[in-house]
Design a protein around this ligand. Structure first.
Ligand code: PEP
Ligand code: MN
Length: 340
Protein backbone atom coordinates (compact mmCIF):
# COMPACT_ATOMS: atom_id res chain seq x y z
CA UNK A 1 0.00 0.00 0.00
CA UNK A 2 1.24 3.50 -0.79
CA UNK A 3 0.26 6.70 1.01
CA UNK A 4 0.78 9.72 -1.24
CA UNK A 5 1.26 12.76 0.95
CA UNK A 6 -0.09 16.26 0.40
CA UNK A 7 2.27 18.75 -1.26
CA UNK A 8 4.52 20.46 1.26
CA UNK A 9 4.45 17.73 3.89
CA UNK A 10 7.97 17.45 5.32
CA UNK A 11 9.22 13.88 4.84
CA UNK A 12 11.41 14.30 7.94
CA UNK A 13 8.73 15.99 10.00
CA UNK A 14 6.50 14.95 12.89
CA UNK A 15 3.42 14.31 10.74
CA UNK A 16 5.24 11.67 8.71
CA UNK A 17 6.69 10.09 11.84
CA UNK A 18 3.18 9.86 13.31
CA UNK A 19 1.80 8.33 10.12
CA UNK A 20 4.52 5.72 10.10
CA UNK A 21 3.93 4.81 13.74
CA UNK A 22 0.22 4.45 13.08
CA UNK A 23 0.79 2.22 10.03
CA UNK A 24 3.41 0.14 11.82
CA UNK A 25 0.80 -0.48 14.54
CA UNK A 26 -0.86 -2.77 11.98
CA UNK A 27 2.29 -4.91 11.78
CA UNK A 28 3.70 -3.57 8.50
CA UNK A 29 7.04 -1.90 7.84
CA UNK A 30 7.21 1.56 6.28
CA UNK A 31 9.59 3.33 3.93
CA UNK A 32 9.53 6.98 2.96
CA UNK A 33 10.32 7.79 -0.67
CA UNK A 34 10.87 11.18 -2.28
CA UNK A 35 10.10 11.02 -5.97
CA UNK A 36 10.51 13.56 -8.74
CA UNK A 37 7.00 13.75 -10.15
CA UNK A 38 6.07 15.52 -13.39
CA UNK A 39 4.71 18.59 -11.56
CA UNK A 40 6.27 18.40 -8.09
CA UNK A 41 8.36 16.31 -5.74
CA UNK A 42 6.15 13.57 -4.36
CA UNK A 43 6.56 12.16 -0.90
CA UNK A 44 5.19 8.65 -0.48
CA UNK A 45 5.08 6.25 2.44
CA UNK A 46 5.29 2.65 1.25
CA UNK A 47 3.79 0.00 3.51
CA UNK A 48 5.33 -3.46 3.15
CA UNK A 49 3.97 -6.69 4.57
CA UNK A 50 0.41 -7.84 5.13
CA UNK A 51 -1.44 -4.61 4.38
CA UNK A 52 -4.86 -6.26 4.10
CA UNK A 53 -5.62 -5.20 7.69
CA UNK A 54 -4.56 -1.57 7.17
CA UNK A 55 -7.71 0.54 6.73
CA UNK A 56 -7.06 2.51 3.54
CA UNK A 57 -10.10 4.78 4.04
CA UNK A 58 -9.03 5.83 7.53
CA UNK A 59 -5.56 6.78 6.27
CA UNK A 60 -7.00 8.61 3.24
CA UNK A 61 -8.92 10.92 5.57
CA UNK A 62 -5.85 12.11 7.48
CA UNK A 63 -4.86 15.70 6.67
CA UNK A 64 -1.30 14.86 5.54
CA UNK A 65 -2.51 12.19 3.13
CA UNK A 66 -3.60 13.04 -0.39
CA UNK A 67 -4.38 9.55 -1.61
CA UNK A 68 -3.99 5.90 -0.72
CA UNK A 69 -3.19 3.39 -3.44
CA UNK A 70 -3.29 -0.36 -2.97
CA UNK A 71 -0.38 -2.00 -4.76
CA UNK A 72 -1.69 -4.44 -7.32
CA UNK A 73 1.48 -5.76 -8.96
CA UNK A 74 4.75 -7.18 -7.72
CA UNK A 75 6.67 -4.36 -9.33
CA UNK A 76 5.56 -2.07 -6.54
CA UNK A 77 8.04 0.78 -7.01
CA UNK A 78 7.92 1.20 -10.76
CA UNK A 79 4.21 0.32 -11.07
CA UNK A 80 1.30 2.72 -11.48
CA UNK A 81 -1.13 0.48 -9.60
CA UNK A 82 -4.12 2.30 -11.16
CA UNK A 83 -3.56 5.51 -9.28
CA UNK A 84 0.03 6.70 -9.14
CA UNK A 85 1.42 9.41 -11.40
CA UNK A 86 4.33 8.87 -13.73
CA UNK A 87 7.67 10.04 -12.39
CA UNK A 88 10.76 11.20 -14.15
CA UNK A 89 14.21 12.47 -13.45
CA UNK A 90 16.68 15.06 -14.58
CA UNK A 91 20.19 14.05 -15.50
CA UNK A 92 22.86 16.34 -16.89
CA UNK A 93 20.23 18.98 -17.62
CA UNK A 94 18.03 16.59 -19.59
CA UNK A 95 14.55 15.74 -18.36
CA UNK A 96 13.40 12.13 -18.79
CA UNK A 97 9.75 11.41 -18.13
CA UNK A 98 6.60 10.18 -19.85
CA UNK A 99 6.13 13.57 -21.56
CA UNK A 100 9.64 14.18 -22.86
CA UNK A 101 11.23 12.78 -26.00
CA UNK A 102 14.91 12.41 -26.83
CA UNK A 103 16.78 10.85 -29.72
CA UNK A 104 19.94 8.98 -28.72
CA UNK A 105 21.60 8.48 -32.09
CA UNK A 106 25.05 6.96 -32.16
CA UNK A 107 27.32 4.06 -32.93
CA UNK A 108 26.37 0.56 -31.89
CA UNK A 109 30.00 0.07 -30.92
CA UNK A 110 32.87 2.50 -30.57
CA UNK A 111 35.42 1.68 -33.26
CA UNK A 112 37.77 4.36 -34.60
CA UNK A 113 38.22 7.84 -33.23
CA UNK A 114 37.32 9.28 -36.64
CA UNK A 115 33.89 7.62 -36.75
CA UNK A 116 33.11 8.62 -33.18
CA UNK A 117 34.09 12.19 -33.99
CA UNK A 118 31.93 12.26 -37.16
CA UNK A 119 29.00 10.73 -35.31
CA UNK A 120 29.13 13.18 -32.43
CA UNK A 121 29.57 16.15 -34.75
CA UNK A 122 26.45 14.99 -36.63
CA UNK A 123 24.53 14.72 -33.35
CA UNK A 124 25.60 18.23 -32.42
CA UNK A 125 24.54 19.58 -35.85
CA UNK A 126 21.14 17.95 -35.36
CA UNK A 127 20.79 19.54 -31.94
CA UNK A 128 20.95 16.22 -30.08
CA UNK A 129 22.36 16.06 -26.56
CA UNK A 130 22.22 12.28 -26.18
CA UNK A 131 24.04 9.53 -28.03
CA UNK A 132 24.74 5.81 -27.82
CA UNK A 133 28.25 4.38 -27.82
CA UNK A 134 29.04 0.78 -26.90
CA UNK A 135 32.44 0.18 -25.34
CA UNK A 136 31.61 -3.22 -23.83
CA UNK A 137 29.84 -5.39 -26.39
CA UNK A 138 28.36 -8.74 -25.39
CA UNK A 139 28.33 -10.70 -28.67
CA UNK A 140 26.75 -13.95 -29.76
CA UNK A 141 30.14 -15.35 -30.82
CA UNK A 142 33.31 -15.04 -28.74
CA UNK A 143 35.21 -14.47 -32.00
CA UNK A 144 33.29 -11.29 -32.83
CA UNK A 145 34.53 -7.83 -31.87
CA UNK A 146 33.95 -7.45 -28.13
CA UNK A 147 34.30 -3.66 -27.91
CA UNK A 148 37.32 -1.56 -27.03
CA UNK A 149 36.38 -1.57 -23.35
CA UNK A 150 37.92 0.88 -20.93
CA UNK A 151 40.72 1.80 -23.37
CA UNK A 152 38.37 3.95 -25.47
CA UNK A 153 36.59 5.69 -22.59
CA UNK A 154 39.02 8.65 -22.18
CA UNK A 155 38.79 9.79 -25.79
CA UNK A 156 35.09 8.98 -26.19
CA UNK A 157 34.27 11.12 -23.13
CA UNK A 158 36.60 13.88 -24.28
CA UNK A 159 34.95 13.98 -27.74
CA UNK A 160 31.47 13.90 -26.21
CA UNK A 161 32.35 16.92 -24.10
CA UNK A 162 33.81 18.70 -27.11
CA UNK A 163 30.55 18.25 -29.05
CA UNK A 164 28.25 19.18 -26.17
CA UNK A 165 26.85 15.68 -25.69
CA UNK A 166 25.30 15.50 -22.23
CA UNK A 167 24.44 11.81 -21.95
CA UNK A 168 25.88 8.65 -23.54
CA UNK A 169 23.90 5.42 -23.35
CA UNK A 170 26.56 2.76 -22.79
CA UNK A 171 26.01 -0.90 -22.06
CA UNK A 172 27.61 -2.47 -19.00
CA UNK A 173 27.63 -6.14 -18.11
CA UNK A 174 29.39 -6.10 -14.75
CA UNK A 175 30.28 -3.85 -11.82
CA UNK A 176 33.83 -3.38 -13.10
CA UNK A 177 32.48 -1.56 -16.15
CA UNK A 178 30.60 0.91 -13.94
CA UNK A 179 33.76 1.54 -11.93
CA UNK A 180 35.80 2.07 -15.09
CA UNK A 181 33.23 4.52 -16.45
CA UNK A 182 33.18 6.45 -13.17
CA UNK A 183 36.96 6.66 -13.07
CA UNK A 184 37.34 7.64 -16.73
CA UNK A 185 34.72 10.39 -16.38
CA UNK A 186 36.51 11.79 -13.34
CA UNK A 187 39.91 11.58 -15.05
CA UNK A 188 38.53 13.37 -18.11
CA UNK A 189 37.19 16.19 -15.92
CA UNK A 190 33.55 15.09 -16.04
CA UNK A 191 32.82 16.33 -19.59
CA UNK A 192 29.65 14.27 -20.14
CA UNK A 193 27.27 11.82 -18.46
CA UNK A 194 26.53 8.13 -18.92
CA UNK A 195 23.26 6.24 -18.82
CA UNK A 196 24.07 2.63 -17.94
CA UNK A 197 22.45 0.34 -20.48
CA UNK A 198 21.37 -3.13 -19.41
CA UNK A 199 21.21 -5.22 -22.56
CA UNK A 200 18.42 -7.62 -23.35
CA UNK A 201 20.72 -10.57 -22.64
CA UNK A 202 21.16 -9.32 -19.09
CA UNK A 203 17.54 -8.42 -18.51
CA UNK A 204 17.33 -11.11 -15.84
CA UNK A 205 20.88 -10.85 -14.54
CA UNK A 206 19.55 -9.96 -11.11
CA UNK A 207 22.96 -9.38 -9.54
CA UNK A 208 23.86 -6.85 -12.23
CA UNK A 209 20.45 -5.21 -11.87
CA UNK A 210 21.02 -4.89 -8.13
CA UNK A 211 24.47 -3.42 -8.70
CA UNK A 212 23.27 -0.67 -11.02
CA UNK A 213 20.38 -0.11 -8.61
CA UNK A 214 22.72 0.39 -5.68
CA UNK A 215 24.46 3.36 -7.24
CA UNK A 216 22.58 6.64 -7.76
CA UNK A 217 25.11 8.47 -9.87
CA UNK A 218 24.11 7.06 -13.27
CA UNK A 219 20.59 6.52 -14.60
CA UNK A 220 19.75 3.14 -16.09
CA UNK A 221 18.43 2.27 -19.54
CA UNK A 222 16.83 -1.15 -19.22
CA UNK A 223 16.28 -3.15 -22.42
CA UNK A 224 13.32 -5.52 -22.19
CA UNK A 225 14.23 -9.20 -22.21
CA UNK A 226 13.92 -10.58 -25.73
CA UNK A 227 12.62 -14.00 -24.69
CA UNK A 228 10.61 -13.34 -21.56
CA UNK A 229 7.18 -11.87 -20.95
CA UNK A 230 6.65 -8.17 -20.47
CA UNK A 231 5.59 -8.92 -16.91
CA UNK A 232 8.91 -10.67 -16.28
CA UNK A 233 10.82 -7.68 -17.68
CA UNK A 234 8.87 -5.34 -15.43
CA UNK A 235 9.70 -7.46 -12.40
CA UNK A 236 13.34 -7.51 -13.48
CA UNK A 237 13.58 -3.74 -13.73
CA UNK A 238 11.97 -3.50 -10.30
CA UNK A 239 15.26 -4.96 -8.99
CA UNK A 240 16.98 -1.71 -10.00
CA UNK A 241 14.38 0.45 -8.28
CA UNK A 242 14.21 -1.75 -5.18
CA UNK A 243 17.93 -1.14 -4.57
CA UNK A 244 17.34 2.62 -4.53
CA UNK A 245 17.89 3.90 -8.06
CA UNK A 246 14.63 5.13 -9.61
CA UNK A 247 16.24 6.94 -12.53
CA UNK A 248 15.26 4.37 -15.10
CA UNK A 249 14.15 4.37 -18.74
CA UNK A 250 12.43 1.18 -19.93
CA UNK A 251 13.37 0.45 -23.54
CA UNK A 252 11.53 -1.80 -25.99
CA UNK A 253 13.77 -3.50 -28.57
CA UNK A 254 11.71 -6.23 -30.15
CA UNK A 255 11.34 -9.85 -29.10
CA UNK A 256 13.03 -12.92 -30.50
CA UNK A 257 10.79 -14.81 -32.86
CA UNK A 258 11.05 -16.08 -36.40
CA UNK A 259 7.58 -14.65 -36.81
CA UNK A 260 9.39 -11.33 -37.14
CA UNK A 261 11.34 -12.44 -40.24
CA UNK A 262 12.82 -10.79 -42.21
CA UNK A 263 13.35 -8.41 -39.31
CA UNK A 264 15.88 -9.34 -36.66
CA UNK A 265 13.19 -9.30 -33.98
CA UNK A 266 9.45 -8.90 -33.87
CA UNK A 267 8.88 -5.19 -33.31
CA UNK A 268 7.00 -4.64 -30.06
CA UNK A 269 6.33 -0.91 -30.08
CA UNK A 270 2.61 -1.48 -29.50
CA UNK A 271 3.81 -2.03 -25.94
CA UNK A 272 4.84 1.64 -25.53
CA UNK A 273 1.43 2.74 -24.22
CA UNK A 274 1.15 -0.47 -22.22
CA UNK A 275 4.39 0.15 -20.33
CA UNK A 276 3.48 3.82 -19.86
CA UNK A 277 0.16 2.75 -18.38
CA UNK A 278 1.59 0.01 -16.17
CA UNK A 279 4.66 1.86 -14.92
CA UNK A 280 5.75 5.31 -13.86
CA UNK A 281 8.81 5.15 -16.11
CA UNK A 282 9.68 6.92 -19.36
CA UNK A 283 9.61 4.39 -22.20
CA UNK A 284 12.09 4.21 -25.04
CA UNK A 285 12.26 2.27 -28.29
CA UNK A 286 15.24 0.86 -30.14
CA UNK A 287 14.19 0.51 -33.79
CA UNK A 288 17.68 -0.60 -34.85
CA UNK A 289 17.93 -3.77 -32.79
CA UNK A 290 14.25 -4.48 -33.40
CA UNK A 291 14.34 -4.31 -37.19
CA UNK A 292 18.02 -5.12 -37.66
CA UNK A 293 18.36 -4.10 -41.31
CA UNK A 294 18.48 -0.89 -43.28
CA UNK A 295 16.27 -2.03 -46.20
CA UNK A 296 13.87 0.51 -47.57
CA UNK A 297 10.37 -0.02 -48.88
CA UNK A 298 8.77 1.35 -52.02
CA UNK A 299 8.37 4.74 -50.36
CA UNK A 300 12.15 5.00 -50.00
CA UNK A 301 11.96 4.95 -46.20
CA UNK A 302 13.83 2.24 -44.35
CA UNK A 303 11.89 -0.16 -42.14
CA UNK A 304 13.88 1.33 -39.25
CA UNK A 305 12.36 4.76 -39.92
CA UNK A 306 8.89 3.24 -40.16
CA UNK A 307 9.37 1.46 -36.85
CA UNK A 308 10.71 4.68 -35.29
CA UNK A 309 7.61 6.53 -36.45
CA UNK A 310 5.41 3.81 -34.97
CA UNK A 311 7.24 4.12 -31.66
CA UNK A 312 6.94 7.89 -31.61
CA UNK A 313 3.24 7.87 -32.49
CA UNK A 314 2.75 5.34 -29.71
CA UNK A 315 4.33 7.87 -27.31
CA UNK A 316 7.96 6.82 -26.98
CA UNK A 317 10.06 9.06 -24.75
CA UNK A 318 13.42 8.03 -26.15
CA UNK A 319 14.64 6.65 -29.45
CA UNK A 320 17.90 4.70 -29.29
CA UNK A 321 19.15 4.33 -32.83
CA UNK A 322 22.29 3.06 -34.58
CA UNK A 323 24.16 5.16 -37.13
CA UNK A 324 27.59 4.85 -38.73
CA UNK A 325 29.48 7.18 -41.08
CA UNK A 326 30.50 4.11 -43.12
CA UNK A 327 28.27 1.17 -42.16
CA UNK A 328 30.29 -1.27 -44.30
CA UNK A 329 33.27 -0.65 -42.00
CA UNK A 330 31.36 -0.88 -38.71
CA UNK A 331 32.71 -3.56 -36.37
CA UNK A 332 29.27 -4.36 -34.99
CA UNK A 333 25.77 -4.27 -36.50
CA UNK A 334 26.73 -2.43 -39.70
CA UNK A 335 23.69 -3.80 -41.62
CA UNK A 336 21.31 -1.90 -39.35
CA UNK A 337 23.29 1.35 -39.09
CA UNK A 338 21.70 4.38 -40.71
CA UNK A 339 24.07 6.70 -42.52
CA UNK A 340 24.73 10.22 -41.28
C1 PEP B 1 22.61 -2.50 -28.09
O1 PEP B 1 21.79 -1.60 -27.94
O2 PEP B 1 23.77 -2.27 -28.47
C2 PEP B 1 22.20 -3.88 -27.85
C3 PEP B 1 23.09 -4.87 -27.85
O3 PEP B 1 20.89 -4.01 -27.65
P1 PEP B 1 20.07 -5.26 -27.06
O4 PEP B 1 20.66 -5.55 -25.72
O5 PEP B 1 18.68 -4.75 -27.02
O6 PEP B 1 20.27 -6.38 -28.04
MN1 MN C 1 24.06 -3.61 -31.73
Amino acid sequence: MILILQPGVDPDGAEVAALRRRAEGFGVTTWVHRIAGAQRELVEIHLHGDTAKVPAEAFAELPAVERVVRVSQKYRLIGRHDGLDAVGFTYRGMQFDQESCHVFAGLCAVDERASVEKMLAACARAGLRGTRMGAYKPRTSPYDFQGHGSACLPWVFELAGKHGIAVIAMEVTQQRHVDEIRRALADAGDPTGVMLQIGTRNAQNFELLKQVGQQREFPVLFKRGMGITLEESLNAVEYVASEGNRNIVFCLRGVKSHLGDPHRNLVDFAHVPVVKRLTRLPVGVDPSHSVGRRDAGGDGLSDILHATAQGLIAGANLVLVDFHPEPARALCDGPQALTL
